[in-house]
Design a protein around this ligand. Structure first.
Ligand SMILES: *Cc1c(COP(=O)(O)O)cnc(C)c1O
Length: 381
């Protein structure tokens, strides 16, 4: 576990602040970035901005010479405002308006993901000569806690045709990409995807003399939640082995797009107990209602997908509770099946600390559902 920010320091920092809030330890993000560069020395890192687009985080990663993967013109504008050049940015969203392609091109972006014929044609028109990488559908797997499965990517047969089309239309058929699903706990998923890319690259070379020069392995690297996963070192050594096995010394440019693994462990969401109650006299279990829920930070507890570590300052005996948020939507229940053990003497006003909440929390919160304001983030240098 990598929480560099101890719970005592966290309590001291957040004590006088109104809940809910997120505290981000920027030093941890820097450590995570450096660890990734050490473990994947041959890879260029493109931070997936959507995980946490806070300007403090973007500036820090900019100072570390990171590249950025963006999904919209709004994210692009944020980076341009910081002075990040278009040459360090990829437009990784395969679902994009033609007008946005033109905007990215005008701002100097020359690296684009695609997975459809219409999009390739739009790119040829609005981003001529740009580098294109085609995204493959992932294989079905249940080992990603937050799968990205069917919406993005295309079959290998279609990817072949799109690469050929891209070349024909004057684009540079640069690479292939995949995303094995976020918080992917089965490292072999990278092995499968790398093998499929290698087979496709070979076919393109042999039948069309098209040389694939780049492989974008997406995100999926883990943060530290309750379900166990292998350490990042093991991910890296296995993935580097797969790359070597499939591509040998092809001098392929490698890209990774970490979001969660860079940002999540740096953050703690501090929330306060609003009520502890039961649904009938003497009944069980206890319901614990807190002031953060699915609409203000905890969206990834949808279907209880991400199982956060939750810490209380109280240390007495515990039992299992149902944990729910503050809004008037019955969907705003974080954990009902998953066992959440909290102290028996937990009372209104007590605080809970939800660890590894630095990714897909603040950026994913609703604007003002039920009038609750967006959750605030504070940064520790
Ligand atoms: C969301 C996303 C990522 C980041 O994935 P993580 O699992 O958070 O690391 C990377 N690439 C693309 C294209 C994405 O959409």
């Amino acid at each position: 576990m990598k929480d560099t920010l101890g719970i005592e320091k966290l309590i001291a920092f957040s004590q006088a602040k109104e809940t809910p809030l997120i505290v981000i330890d920027l030093a941890q993000i820097k450590d995570n970035y450096q660890e990734l560069t050490t473990l994947f020395p041959q890879a260029s890192i493109y931070y997936a901005v959507k995980a946490n687009p806070a300007v403090e985080i973007l500036s820090l990663l900019d100072s570390q010479k990171s590249n950025f993967d963006v999904a919209s013109r709004y994210e692009l504008d944020q980076l341009l405002a910081l002075g990040v050049e278009g040459s360090r940015i990829s437009f990784g969203n395969t679902i994009k308006k033609a007008t946005d392609i033109a905007y990215f091109y005008e701002k100097g972006v020359r690296l684009f993901a695609s997975d459809s014929e219409q999009d390739i044609r739009n790119l040829a028109e609005h981003a001529p000569n740009s580098k294109i990488y085609v995204r493959l559908l992932p294989e079905e797997s249940s080992s990603a806690d937050w799968p990205l499965s069917r919406k993005f990517g295309c079959s290998t047969e279609m990817a072949f045709d799109l690469i050929v089309l891209a070349q024909k239309l004057g684009l540079e058929p640069f690479g292939l990409s995949f995303h094995v699903g976020s918080q992917q706990r089965d490292i072999e998923q990278w092995g499968n995807a790398i093998s499929r890319c290698a087979a496709l690259a070979k076919e393109l070379k042999e039948t069309k003399q098209i040389e694939i020069r780049m492989l974008n392995m997406g995100g999926g690297f883990p943060a530290t939640y309750k379900l166990p996963n292998a350490p990042l070192e093991e991910y890296a050594s296995k993935i580097n082995f797969y790359l070597e096995r499939e591509f040998g010394d092809d001098h392929l440019q490698i890209i990774i797009e970490p979001g969660r693994s860079l940002a999540a462990d740096s953050g703690t969401l501090v929330t306060q107990v609003i009520l502890v109650s039961k649904k009938s006299t003497g009944g069980t279990p206890r319901w614990v209602y807190v002031d953060a829920g699915l609409f203000n930070g905890m969206i990834e507890t949808l279907d209880e997908s991400i199982k956060y570590r939750i810490v209380s300052e109280k240390t007495g005996p515990t039992d299992n509770v149902i944990l729910a948020g503050p809004t008037c939507d019955s969907m705003d229940v974080m954990y009902e099946k998953e066992k959440v053990e909290l102290p028996l003497d937990l009372k209104q006003g007590d605080r809970l600390y939800i660890r590894s909440a630095g990714a897909y929390t603040a950026s994913y919160a609703s604007v003002a559902f039920n009038g609750f304001p967006p959750i605030q983030t504070f940064f520790l240098q």
